[in-house]
Design a protein around this ligand. Structure first.
Ligand code: DGL
Length: 264
């Protein structure tokens, strides 16, 4: 493997940047390509078949073109639907991002956990299995909040958020009859930590927000342990769809160390 072989971090949009930020902390020397499927965004309102076909097809082509040492699917929707399929077709390590139910179950004192994800994520059998394995003695309230995805995208483009839009998107969980003792909230979509401040305002300080980014960065560091890494050029972002979507984000992407942008 080349020392410059990148870690490829993939999401439907900007959500995977929350994973990239943690990867940077544990592996500052790692060459990275950030890939956003803007042409397919959002995944959360698509069918399982559509998401699986897109993700498998795109990652196959990206793996061939960029020869990454590892791919991180930095998207809960894509991971809970297609992680197994991607692992079957690609021969490099694939790290998925799945709802952080296990750490949330360890964190909660009241036993009531909220889970905010996309519509596609909250209905996945993968989530049923995580709940059965780690939270069978807890009350897990799942809530689809697809409307948060465009809000996170807008925030990173520097646009102001429509007043009340975020509260409206999560009201079904906040006002749920079983949510009185809610003390832990799983952010089961990589876009949602980008709205952590706004979510804290709605849910209050007694609700802890939990996401999987640190655990994923640890897993990537473990899987690449001992590998030589050399950055021979600036890290870069690639995206499907019009290049303008990527260019509108250039200042944000530069803050994440992604200094070149190109269309995939
Ligand atoms: N960031 C993706 C996730 O973690 C979802 C956003 C979308 O709907 O495309 O689920």
């Amino acid at each position: 493997m080349r020392d410059s072989a990148p870690i490829l971090i993939f999401d439907s949009g900007v959500g995977g940047l929350t994973i990239l930020a943690e990867v940077r902390k544990s592996l500052p020397q790692a060459p990275v390509i950030y890939a956003a499927d803007f042409a397919g965004l959002p995944y959360g309102t698509k069918s399982e078949a559509e998401v699986a076909a897109r993700v498998c097809g795109l990652l196959g082509r990206m793996a061939e073109r960029y020869q990454p040492r590892l791919i991180c699917i930095a998207c809960n929707t894509a991971s809970t639907i297609a992680l197994g399929m991607v692992r079957e077709v690609l021969e490099i390590p694939i790290v998925g991002t799945v709802p952080a139910i296990k750490p949330a179950a360890l964190t909660t004192s009241s036993g009531t956990i909220g889970l905010l994800g996309t519509g596609a994520t909250v209905r996945q059998p993968y989530v049923d299995r995580l709940e059965a394995e780690f939270a069978s003695d807890k009350r897990l309230i799942r809530h689809a909040a697809d409307a948060l995805v465009p809000l996170a995208e807008a925030k990173l483009r520097g646009e102001s958020l429509r007043a009340g839009a975020l509260t409206q998107a999560v009201a079904g969980l906040r006002d749920h009859p079983d949510a009185r003792n809610l003390d832990t909230l799983v952010l089961a979509c990589t876009h949602f930590p980008l709205l952590a401040d706004e979510l804290r305002e709605v849910f209050g300080a007694r609700v802890q927000l939990v996401d999987g980014a640190q655990g994923i960065a640890r897993r990537i560091a473990h899987l690449t342990q001992g590998q030589a890494m050399e950055r021979t050029q600036d890290d870069y972002a690639i995206a499907t769809g019009p290049i303008a979507s990527l260019e509108a984000l250039s200042a944000t992407l530069a803050r994440y160390g992604l200094k070149q942008l190109s269309r995939f």
